[in-house]
Write a protein that binds this ligand. Structure first.
Ligand SMILES: C[S@@+](CC[C@H](N)C(=O)[O-])C[C@H]1O[C@@H](n2cnc3c(N)ncnc32)[C@H](O)[C@@H]1O
Length: 191
C-alpha cells in the first residue's frame, strides 16, 4: 500500500493490491474490467497502458498472453507487484516505454487484439475539455487508436464519458458501449 487505505483499494480492485493516489484514481473498477476482459479470451493482447495493473489482472485471467506497455516506471513497478500477487506473472510481459514509439511497438511479439486505456486525467487547466479528436489524453487517444489499428483491428479503447459521442462518427465501423456503474455513466468503451 502506498498512501492509500487498503479497504478502498480492495473495494475497487478486489484484493490487497498496491496503488498510489494516481494509479488508484485511474484504475478501472474490477466489475468493468472483468466483463470487458471476457472479449479477450484466448487472445494475445497488447495493453496500452498498464497503470498499476488492475486491468492487466483481468485481461490475464482470460487472455492467452498479455504484453503490457507503460511509460511510468513507478506505475510499472506497482503493476509487476500486483500481477505477482494475483498469481498471473507467467501470463504477462511488462514493457517499459512509450507505446507511441514505433521501434518499441515493432519489438512486441505477434498480438491479435489490443486494450487501450490512455490517461485522461484533468490537466489542471481551469476548463478541461474531454475530447477524442485532437485528443488531450496521454498518449492521445485518436493517434493511439490509429497506430494500434495498423497491428490489429480487434481493439477496445476506453474513453471519458464526457467526450461528445458525435466525435466517433467517422472512425472505422465500431461498437460504442456506454458503461454504467451504480446507474452512473462512468466510461465509454469503443471497440
Ligand atoms: C488510465 S491509466 C491505465 C489504468 C489501467 N488500465 C488500470 O486499470 O489500472 C493510463 C496510464 O498510461 C500511462 N501512459 C501515459 N502515456 C503513455 C505512453 N505514451 N506510453 C505508455 N504508457 C503511457 C500512464 O503513466 C498511466 O499509468
Amino acid at each position: 500500500m502506498i498512501n492509500m487505505e487498503i479497504l478502498k483499494i480492495k473495494e475497487k480492485f478486489g484484493d490487497f493490491y498496491i496503488a498510489d493516489e494516481n494509479t488508484f484514481k485511474m484504475g478501472i473498477d474490477k466489475r468493468i474490467t472483468s466483463i470487458i476482459s471476457e472479449r479477450f479470451k484466448n487472445k494475445l493482447v497488447l495493453e496500452a497502458c498498464s497503470g498499476a495493473g488492475f486491468t492487466t489482472i483481468s485481461l490475464a485471467v482470460f487472455a492467452a498472453h498479455v504484453y503490457s506497455i507503460e511509460i511510468n516506471q513507478n506505475h510499472q513497478q506497482q503493476a509487476i507487484k500486483n500481477i505477482c500477487k494475483a498469481g498471473l506473472s507467467d501470463k504477462v510481459n511488462f514493457i517499459l516505454g512509450d507505446v507511441m514509439n514505433d521501434k518499441l511497438l515493432n519489438n512486441v511479439p505477434i498480438i491479435n487484439s489490443a486494450f487501450l486505456d490512455p490517461d485522461w486525467a484533468d490537466t489542471k487547466r481551469s476548463i478541461h475539455t474531454y475530447r477524442f479528436k485532437n485528443s488531450n489524453t496521454d498518449p492521445p487517444a485518436d493517434i493511439l487508436l490509429k497506430t494500434i489499428l495498423r497491428l490489429t483491428k480487434n481493439v477496445a479503447l476506453i474513453l471519458s464519458p464526457l467526450v461528445d459521442a458525435n466525435e466517433f462518427i467517422d472512425i472505422p465501423l465500431h461498437e460504442l458501449q456506454r458503461i454504467y456503474l451504480d446507474s452512473k455513466h462512468v466510461l465509454y468503451c469503443l471497440s
